[in-house]
Write a new protein. Structure first.
Length: 457
């Protein structure tokens, strides 16, 4: 009999080694390497030729007629927007988020609305008892929804039960880290168990046409726990973001094989559950009648949706010899350092002896490069104590040479700003945007933009 080969797998990144170590050499995590015993490999299996003995598969051309997959909307507009229009039969969706952010609440609401419209929906909880889920449904006013509910952790038991009769249209697994496959040794939540359980559930979805939604835990840095291959196996990856201290929640599409990425859905956590926010700009803008130094409104773009957010800056002069501090909330700290360097090198402004604080109102996180000009405007306004007019928006990318570069979808940003009552916009000269009823102040360089804000020249 062939000798059993031992291998050691990291539970954080999935790295495989031939011996145990205290620290993973790939991800540098401690005490995450666990021994796994793979199947015995005989010389026959190792040398077997796979060029014969299989069944022939059908090859088709790229120009063949393809019927677009039908979508089933949940009836929650923000969730359907993030999914690209609704749920596709036979698809696998992974949704992750911090503990207590509202993942189970959102999926329970979506499952109940789909079941009320006549679709067969199954909800399997591996973390809570069936009575706990039922109590939450009653608290949310969903107790009358015909959702089939179960509390189980065995993947074999779940697939055996659902394989009898007509498969459901939607299967919710909460969560994939609690599922256990008896084909693999190891505790639930390990890399091998998560991979094996997800593979069996996705295979069931593809073969039976059931849309499967998997809830995934996240690590302390916000990424989905378990093997990275889990995100490659599924069709759609959604990230549920937000702070517990804030009311809003953002559902962001990170991957979507049936639609566009970078779409977001905005929700507000209330006593009756998650309520969709149709106008998210009103959520992130501060209502004020007078202009305030260091505050600028930026029309961000999330997928196809423009969202107006307020960027706030504070510049505090320090005594000589003190080390200045840079604090950023909601934006990239490296990007802030670049903007400060360009303002000093190209515009003659000095921030080396001042503390700089930057905040995006409402806890929103900005990844759009068009925020450079709005951040620069907030910093210059705070440094010179010259408020930006309250009816003005700013957007544009700043180059290291001090030039202002155009950004995508400028007309869409201006249209959203005009709809919310803004009458002026500051943007690069080559942006090419137009908006009825808005006055556009265009600039070619950051130096000219700073002179305009400070009234120089």
């Amino acid at each position: 009999m062939a000798k059993v080969q031992r291998r050691y797998v990291c539970q954080a990144c999935g790295s495989v080694g031939s011996r145990w170590q205290g620290q993973c050499p790939d991800c540098a995590e401690w005490n995450t390497i666990v021994e796994e015993t793979p199947a015995v490999v005989t010389p026959f299996h190792a040398k077997h030729n796979l060029q014969g003995g299989g069944r022939a598969i059908q090859l088709v051309g790229l120009n063949d007629d393809v019927v677009l997959p039908p979508r089933t909307p949940f009836g929650i507009a923000e969730l359907d927007r993030a999914l690209g229009g609704g749920l596709v039969a036979g698809s696998a969706t992974l949704i992750g988020g911090d503990p207590g952010i509202g993942k189970s609440t959102l999926l329970l609401q979506a499952a109940a609305m789909l079941a009320r419209r006549g679709h067969d929906v199954a909800y399997v909880s591996g973390e809570e008892a069936a009575d706990q889920v039922r109590l939450r449904a009653q608290r949310l006013g969903l107790g009358d929804a015909p959702v089939r509910l179960a509390a189980a952790t065995s993947t074999r038991d779940i697939l055996t039960t659902l394989g009898q009769g007509t498969p459901p249209a939607l299967l919710v697994i909460d969560s994939i880290q609690t599922m256990h496959s008896d084909l693999i040794e190891g505790a639930p939540g390990t890399v091998s168990q998560v991979r094996a359980s997800a593979q069996e559930l996705i295979r069931f979805a593809k073969e039976r046409g059931t849309a499967v939604v998997l809830v995934g835990h996240v690590t302390k840095d916000g990424s989905i726990a378990g093997p990275r291959v889990l995100e490659h196996m599924v069709d759609t990856v959604l990230a549920f973001e937000g702070e517990r201290s804030h009311q809003y929640r953002i559902l962001r599409a990170l991957k979507n094989r049936f639609g566009g990425t970078d779409e977001i859905g905005v929700f507000a956590m209330q006593g009756a559950g998650l309520v969709e926010v149709s106008n998210p700009s009103a959520l992130f803008l501060t209502e004020r009648d007078e202009s305030v130094a260091g505050a600028t409104v930026f029309p961000a773009l999330e997928g196809t949706r423009p969202v107006l957010v307020e960027i706030q800056a504070l510049v505090v002069r320090l005594a000589s010899g003190a080390t200045p501090r840079r604090a950023v909330v909601g934006w990239d700290s490296g990007r802030l350092s670049m903007i400060l360097a360009v303002l000093e090198a190209r515009c003659g402004l000095s921030f080396s002896t001042a503390e700089v604080y930057l905040n995006v109102a409402g806890g929103y996180r900005i990844q759009d490069p068009a925020a450079d000009l709005a951040v620069a405007a907030a910093l210059v306004s705070a440094l010179g104590e010259r408020p930006v007019p309250v009816d003005t928006v700013a957007f544009g990318e700043v180059a290291l040479s001090g030039e202002l570069r155009p950004v995508a979808h400028a007309p869409l940003r201006l249209k959203e700003a005009a709809k919310l009552g803004f009458s002026r916009a500051m943007l690069p000269t080559s942006a090419g945007g137009e908006a009825a009823g808005m006055t556009l102040a265009t600039h070619r360089t950051l130096g000219g933009f700073v002179d305009h804000l400070l009234g120089r020249g």
